[in-house]
Design a protein around this ligand. Sequence first.
Ligand code: FAD
Length: 344
Amino acid sequence: MSKILDVLDRFYNLKNYNSFGLNVVASYFANVDSLAQLKDLMQSPGFKEDRRLVLGGGSNVLFLDDFFDGLVIHYTKTGWEIVEETENEVIVRAHAGTNWSDFVDEMVDAGYHGIENLSLIPGNVGAAPMQNIGAYGVELKDSFEKLEAFDFQTGKLVSFDKKSCDFGYRSSFFKHGGKDRYFILSVQLRLKKQGQLNRGYGNISDYLKQQGVENPSIKDLSQAIKAIRSSKLPDPLVIGNAGSFFKNPVIHQLLFEDLQQEFPKIPSYPSGTSMIKVPAAWLIDQAGWKGYRKGDAGVHEKQALVLVNYGNAVGREIFALAMQIQLDVKNKFGIQLEPEVNII
Ligand SMILES: Cc1cc2nc3c(=O)[nH]c(=O)nc-3n(C[C@H](O)[C@H](O)[C@H](O)COP(=O)(O)OP(=O)(O)OC[C@H]3O[C@@H](n4cnc5c(N)ncnc54)[C@H](O)[C@@H]3O)c2cc1C
């Protein structure tokens, strides 16, 4: 028991573990750095059945209440290693506690292709499969090989290949059927030693041209993406936020054509057979919410998709704002927005 008490904190403030910067106290908080420690913790009396939450960097969560009555587990094992190498590829295993953005930087420095477009996404490696993180035309699933996870239900270590993760747009098995059951310990990615850069998305090419870069290296691309992201997205260390609050809705072509009659400027991207993706930011902006602020909860003035905490908002204020936006967008466009952020 004393070994377990070493890793446990009582009444722990999670302000630095949620990028909304909310003052939330957890009844227990544990830093664990190995499977053995995790098993010890789960076998100790009291914790097996307790309400629990696995937390990485906290950059995709919104706590509704200021008290989490349960155990928060944070994995601290960091680093990566090559587990397989061929002439053209490497399979790299990264431990769940590794900072995602630092990991991408190290892959870029090593010249391994595949995740450079995912530069500067906040959070840790362990959470990346949860919503199949994506940016600038690339998703985690494009490089994903497998992951290892601890099963809270059976107490066993399990391995998931790409198929069993059931990745979709900002979604995976772990957000649905496997919700709250697994603790992801490591993620393996298949990266290429040489590859085509994916710079057709958004304004990457324009940015590189402006910088006078004609034949970008993987590092040039990563730096361009970092610069574009930093100019567009609020830094959570300055204004609390969790990035995009809602997913971009994917609607049927027929509904889209109806909407186009009424709103000829509605932007769109094809998304599979007969389906169209519409930017949620545009819908929220058109519904008049961009820049809105009530108390310390608001909608970012430059990014309508980003809800913010200007300082002392509480989780329920941000959530109430999100629900008002959801209702308004539904009434105006008939489209149901779905939160991307995990509501706790
Ligand atoms: C400014 C900003 C920009 C962002 N931009 C993007 C973007 O471009 N693309 C994108 O996809 N996302 C983006 N996000 C969202 C966020 O960065 C990602 O979802 C990230 O993967 C979250 O990592 P985290 O460690 O902070 O996860 P957390 O917020 O700690 O956790 C998220 C969820 O995963 C679960 N979880 C965490 N770790 C584990 C684990 N080891 N095992 C099992 N479950 C776990 C948690 O219980 C929770 O449900 C952005 C967020 C911010 C603040």
